[in-house]
Design a protein around this ligand. Structure first.
Ligand code: CU
Length: 368
């Protein structure tokens, strides 16, 4: 079929919205008609060319929500009409990691996904016979996408997709970091560094876990206001005294849980230093640039601080994204404040501009 999609033609250049070809879903694959898609920092990072593993031409986008249009052979868990959220982090339910409760890092299709292919090593996207690669196995800056069944989470049919699509990446990453990676305990003190989509999700996750104090640190007053709306009990405008202020606020010890949601290694360091001696857990949810390193003084670890990384919040997507969406539908998670701009597919580059200007939390592309 022919459809419109935003193609990354050349790194550092605006995406080009154009007609491309999309082939039928093969065995184990599903055709999804997109209704909404968030514009995420990872899309912009790849488009800029800063990621050495990026490739072009490809169709970007990974925060999608849509409706199943057609299923390929052997697809058993989805049928046409199902409402789904796309997942760059699949869940095959069979690999060594999927059957283990300690991780969400499904191994089923990793290698081909990183190459921009579907699991059989080919692409469904093309233009005049030339292959166009898939991005993160999702390619949702498009009217339709073909994806593996194991990378689609079927959600509550009542959930509005302009909100639910945010569970495809940033929001679940933040919620999950608190709920599934750190497993925040009731009555504890948490500090969240960064009040973008991931950090605000982490604040909400700490609240849902019953934390007593939730301190959010950011440079922007507007974002700190949003953090209060998600459950932050205190906010602090980041400065050179941030770590000392947190130590002073916690009897000199540091916080039970800290979360890093900026991707800056200098902030990761602050998050480690602000974790409580004896049992403080620092969860790193932000993605640092390739090749960057985090300096950790071993004495911090000997004194009982721990550091954990969290990819997609440790969320096992097909099982837990629907649960998170249900909690949103039950009124436990306020998604509305995250949706700052609604744009069309043709305005996708404007979505990048807004992000660069730190205007709002998320621009959501609406298709129709
Ligand atoms: Cu993302």
């Amino acid at each position: 079929m022919r459809m419109r999609a935003a193609v990354l033609e050349e790194f550092g250049q605006p995406l080009v919205v154009q007609e491309v070809d999309l082939a039928e879903p093969k065995a184990g694959e599903v055709l999804v008609r997109l209704e909404a898609c968030g514009v995420c920092h990872t899309d912009m990072y790849t488009a800029s060319g800063a990621d050495p593993s990026g490739y072009a031409p490809c169709v970007l986008g990974h925060e999608g929500g849509g409706i199943v249009e057609k299923v390929g052979d052997d697809v058993t868990s989805l049928t046409p009409g199902d409402k789904v959220v796309t997942m760059f982090s699949p869940q095959c339910r069979e690999c060594v990691h999927c059957v283990d409760p300690r991780t969400n890092l499904c191994m089923a299709i990793r290698a081909e996904q990183n190459l921009g292919h579907l699991p059989d090593g080919t692409t469904r996207l093309s233009r005049n016979g030339e292959d166009i690669r898939h991005f993160m196995g999702t390619s949702t800056f498009a009217e339709y996408t073909v994806m593996p069944e194991i990378a689609l989470a079927r959600i509550n049919p009542e959930a509005p997709l302009d909100h639910a699509c945010l569970f495809a990446c940033g929001l679940s990453t933040g919620l999950g970091a608190a709920m599934y990676t750190a497993k925040v305990d009731e009555g504890t003190t948490c500090v969240v560094f960064g009040a973008g989509m991931v950090g605000l999700g982490a604040v909400a996750g700490c609240r849902l876990q019953g934390a007593e104090r939730i301190i959010c640190v950011d440079l922007s007053d507007d974002r700190l206001e949003l953090a209060k709306g998600q459950g932050a009990t205190e906010v602090y405008k980041a400065d050179e005294n941030t770590v000392q202020w947190i130590l002073d606020e916690t009897g000199g010890y540091g916080a039970d849980y800290t979360f890093e949601a900026t991707g800056l290694v200098s902030v990761m360091q602050q998050a480690v230093e602000s974790a409580r001696m004896a049992w403080g857990l620092c969860t790193v949810a932000g993605v640092a640039g390739k090749g960057e390193t985090l300096d950790v003084i071993p004495r911090w670890l000997i004194q009982g601080r721990r550091i954990a990384g969290s990819s997609f919040g440790g969320v096992k997507g097909r099982d837990q994204v629907p649960e998170l969406v249900d909690r949103y539908m039950a009124g436990e998670i306020d998604v509305d404040p995250f949706l700052s701009h609604r744009i069309s597919l043709d305005e996708v580059n404007k979505g990048f501009d807004l992000m660069e200007a730190h205007d709002g939390i998320r621009s959501v592309i609406e298709f129709n």
